[in-house]
Design a protein around this ligand. Sequence first.
Ligand code: SAM
Length: 280
Amino acid sequence: MTGKLIVCPTPIGNMEDMTERGKRALAEADLIAAEDTRHTLGLLNHLGIKTPMISCHQHNEQERTEQILEKLREGQTVVLVSDAGTPAISDPGEILVRRCREEGILVTALPGACAFVTALSMSGMPSRRFVFEGFLPAGGKERRARLEALRAEERTVIFYEAPHHLRQTLSDLLEAFGDRRLAMGRELTKRHEEMLQMKLSEAIAHYQDQEPRGEYVLILEGADPLAREREERARWEQMTLREHMALYSALPPKEAMKQVAKDRGISKRDVYNGLLQEES
Ligand code: SAM
């Protein structure tokens, strides 16, 4: 009989958010795989739990996974935790979970604290459709490419950010997306919890003379689909109909006319008449 891996969220700032199921899983497990054993020891001491721990973090997850798999193959129950929130969400865990699934080892997850879900649900930003981006790449080409890929994203976009990178990130977001609305969730579930909502330019001004403090969830409004349509229309309207038709020169003229009419939101007859007018 192989064992079981339990993915277990831990509080993101308020100890009372540790669930009853989470506490029981930690107390009854054979082993706890923790991102930082010293950090998790604080939680275990608070809960009066003495389960042994093994570290499993960003820099050793690959090799630790194999050791943890051994324990699971022996039939042990292992609980996976990170420093705060849900493991495998911008935290270690993905590799271990995948390897367990590949080996047919039972994996289950407990619901619980997760910073971006907490932030989004209290933000008032559109939450029916969203994308979670976690941390942006630290800099350079990769960061620019990620921002560029998100420019036309119409769903709400969620980022994680640390206080010492906040100012840079706000100015990169303004440059990439223009002056969109942003909600900033800070110190969530803690005594000084805050959810600020403003334009990106206002957020930059806000933090000009105020030092960013605490961990942030940034919730950015998606691209306005009508704005894109307006931009496209403006682009077509700068062209003559003949130039516009030339873009579709590979198509039969009737099809090209249909496409031009669609782009401009006018009828084929209008395109036809317009072309005649341009020629006269
Ligand atoms: N696994 C975690 C989760 O489920 O949300 C995320 C871990 S990630 C390493 C840490 C980031 O989560 C922080 O930099 C911040 O962006 C966000 N975060 C964590 N706790 C938070 C809190 N109490 N308030 C706001 N953001 C928080």
